[in-house]
Design a protein around this ligand. Structure first.
Ligand code: GLP
Length: 251
């Protein structure tokens, strides 16, 4: 796992966009797992700005949703699908046929998760995984504890996540209690993982992800066992941690 420390959030977004666009140049038809949350928003805006001046062509990408609240229709602004559309799919002009939506409103959510697993496999797995870091160490909605072989599934949100997601919903009472997430098994098999981490409130969990014990209790720590993971953090999140060398990371 490599760490790149940027001076500030804007620098984090630019560096993460550099990594992303390099990977897209190497494989324009990459399958991309797309996190929502606030942290990757600057990165996505940066990628769109580069595409507008011909520097990063995203038109062939396949965009794959990472997580979703249960029972929220696709058209609801608060759905993570809606957020992914507004921040990534629409600005980059990715055609609908290349979008894989995780249907939180499916009549049979377990069957929808199984079908998503099959579809990701049929797409050849994940080329580029863009992830944020939950304050409790979750990735997507792989809540603690999540083992390395945890599949794509329906989960119940922990109190910590209900609390941290309340900002997206207005109040904690409005936050759905259940969600779907792409599983740890898929995340750990991605060919390139870019984790963006910003702000002082993520400092302690970033340390635990990078150098704490590898444990299902901190699902993000399992990335220590995965190939080709680059963590891009701003100084506020990194604290005393310094950038590490590129050894072991294919660019
Ligand atoms: C949310 C989402 C994650 C996201 C994380 C961090 O609960 N389920 O996909 O990466 O928490 O969010 P933020 O970037 O807003 O801190």
């Amino acid at each position: 796992m490599r760490l790149i420390v940027a001076d500030d959030e804007a620098g984090m977004s630019r560096t993460a966009a550099d990594l992303f666009c390099e990977a897209v140049a190497a494989k324009p038809s990459s399958s991309v797992l797309v996190a929502t949350g606030n942290t990757p928003m600057g990165m996505y805006a940066e990628i769109a700005a580069r595409q507008a001046v011909g520097q990063c062509d995203c038109g062939q990408l396949r965009a794959i949703q990472l997580d979703e609240y249960l029972g929220i229709p696709a058209g609801d602004r608060r759905s993570l699908y809606g957020w992914m559309r507004r921040s990534f799919i629409d600005p980059l002009g990715i055609p609908d046929a290349q979008v894989m939506r995780l249907a939180g409103d499916a009549a049979d959510p377990d069957a929808a998760c199984a079908a998503f697993t099959t579809a990701i496999r049929a797409a050849g797995g994940i080329d580029i995984s863009v992830l944020g870091l939950g304050p409790n160490g979750h990735l997507g909605f792989n809540e603690p504890p999540s083992a390395a072989d945890a599949p794509t599934r329906v989960i119940t949100l922990t109190e910590a996540s209900i609390e941290s997601n309340a900002v997206y919903w207005g109040s904690r009472d409005d936050v759905p209690r259940r969600a779907m997430t792409v599983g740890m098994d898929v995340l750990l098999a991605a060919r390139l993982t870019i984790v963006v981490v910003s702000g002082e409130r993520k400092r302690e969990i970033l340390q635990r992800m990078m150098s704490g014990p590898v444990s299902p209790d901190v699902p993000a720590s399992l990335l220590q066992t995965a190939d080709n993971v680059v963590v891009v953090a701003d100084r506020a999140a990194a604290g005393e941690l310094a950038s590490t060398s590129a050894a072991g990371v294919r660019r």
